[in-house]
Each structure stands twice: as structure tokens, then as C-alpha cells.
Design a protein around this ligand. Sequence first.
Ligand SMILES: Nc1ncnc2c1ncn2[C@@H]1O[C@H](COP(=O)(O)OS(=O)(=O)O)[C@@H](OP(=O)(O)O)[C@H]1O
Length: 329
Amino acid sequence: MLASIIAWDRQTLILAQINKAEMLLTRTVPLSEISYLGEKRSGWPQEGNASNALGSGHPTLETNSSGKEWTAARRLPQALIIGVKKGGTRALLEFLRLHPDIRALGSEPHFFDRHYARGLDWYRSMMPKALDGQIVMEKTPRYFVTVDTPARVHAMSQDVKLIVVVRDPVTRAISDYTQIISKTPDIPPFESLAFKNRTTGQIDSLWSPLWIGLYAQHMERWLAWFPRSQIHLVSGERLISDPAGELGKVQDFLGLQRIVTDKHFYFNKTKGFPCLKKPEGSSKPHCLGKTKGRTHVSIDPEVIQKLRDFYKPHNQRFYQLAGQNFGWQ
Ligand SMILES: Nc1ncnc2c1ncn2[C@@H]1O[C@H](COP(=O)(O)OS(=O)(=O)O)[C@@H](OP(=O)(O)O)[C@H]1O
């Protein structure tokens, strides 16, 4: 929903917007909150319960010029980024948050996998407030691999749109292990966890960093509850090489206008990743944090080859389910 500027002074703009019920909504916005390209950074109205990895805070819910509160409400999500861990889920969520019709929770609520007993009212209370027409979403990458989650999500909504960012499972496993060892430096080397028996080359597919990469197996569980058309797959590799292209397809899937485009990104050579262009007048960093895009632990190429051989049939099955070849070796 686009807003029109109806009045301004040196510090503030007064914006007007007609919502779906054709009510005229107005709001006063400090100029300091207005970001580049004239967009409000993460939709409006906003409030302050969600953290943002890119550092933009959410101002508290405001009142309009007549002193009444906005008609925004907390609603259950209509879209979920369900996985995969280390696929690029944070980047996707932060890029989507640039869209004025998306209201996304910044933190991972882990409702369907850890906090289900708290009930849907608790889950709803975690969500940012949103206007009619705005899409509420959250990301919890663990949902993709937790057995009970598809049925639980289905019980909340049969129409929810599901997004999975997938990445070469071998690279993903090494990324996962790199994170684990950064937190627990005493764990055994990758090789001794990845193999049940290094000499015979038998892979331990139940070791979490490898098990998560069995995408076909996890996808089949979701397809038992949701049609393929309700699940959108994002290539984690292309999210890095062509973020605007991948974002375009996600916006189409969500039924949104393509507002997040190549104008929003630049390639940061130091980081080696796409970052968001710096909003005018802001000194905040707009690359993702240090835990995203870090140098991986180095793994023996022979081990990598064994993992590639292991994943080959699983990847082929996943491509068939997906109707899409992700080109992993
Ligand atoms: N723009 C941009 N900037 C930084 N990092 C990016 C970006 N796009 C994708 N990625 C990749 O995202 C990987 C982390 O994935 P997730 O955010 O899904 O991780 S997590 O599951 O939430 O821990 C992270 O994995 P590592 O490179 O292994 O750190 C990145 O490769």
C-alpha cells in the first residue's frame, strides 16, 4: 500500500493512506525515519517488539492526527520462511523487510518446534502489528526439519505460504559446523563426526549438519500437507549472486508488487556479499552481521568428494520433487 504525502514541515511528514476498508489513515512521520527512495524502511505502522539484524529499530505504534490509534492489528503469519538453517534465511528476511507490504518478526519465534504448547494466542502476540493487506511473516529455519511442524502449520492455516532457501548441502553442512565450532571449540573435527567409519567411508547421515541437508526427505513431509504450489524454493547461491532476481520471484510468489529491486543492493567487496545500500542520512551498517558470510573451516577435498557422492541421489530426488535443478555438483 502506497502512502501519499499530504503535508510536511522541516522535521516531519504527514502521510495519508487508504486501507482496504477505504478508511483514510493519516500518520505523522519524523523525517529521520524516512529512508532512501522515499520508502518507509520496513512498512508502516511499526512498533518495537522485533529486533532487526541490520540494525533498524522499530518505533512504537503511533497515533494519527486525531489522536486515535492505528487500525493495525497483530495477526498470525500468512507466510513463513521455514528453512533451511544456513541457507541464507536471514538475508532473505532482511531484504523482504524493505517491502512496505511486509511486516516481519525480526527474531526467530520457534513456535511450531519449541513453543507450540504456548498456543496460537501467544504466537499471535509475538507478531508485529500489521494493516490489512500487509503480509505478516517470520522465519525459523528449524521448521523445515522438525517432524511435527508441517501438521501444526497446517492446523494454523491451510493457505499459509511457505518459503525454503536451499543451498548446496555440502557447503551448508560445513557452514553449520563452522558455527558449531565457533561456539564449542572443543568438539571433534568435522571428519570424525561426518563418518561412522572413516576407513570404510560410511557417512553418519544422522549427524545434524548432514541430516539437515537431506532436503528430499524433509520436503516430502511438507508435501504430505501442502501442495507444491504453496512452497517456494529460493536458491541460496543465487540469493548471493543475484539477490534482486531471487527477491523478484519471492515477491511474485507472495502476490506483491516488485518493490525490492536491484536498486536496493550493492556488492560489498570486503564482505564478499550483497549488502543493502546505505539509506540517506544513516551511518548504520547495512551488511549482515559477522556471523553471516564467515570463513568456513577447511575440510579435506577427499572428504568433500565423499559427501558430494553421498548427497548425489538425495539431491536428484529433491530436484524431482522441486521440479527445479539447483545445479549442486
Ligand atoms: N547478503 C548476504 N550477506 C551475508 N550472508 C549471506 C548473504 N546472502 C546469503 N548469505 C548466506 O547466509 C548464510 C547464513 O544463513 P542463515 O541466515 O540461514 O543462517 S541461520 O540459519 O539463520 O543461522 C551465510 O552462510 P555462511 O557464508 O556460511 O556464513 C551466507 O552464505
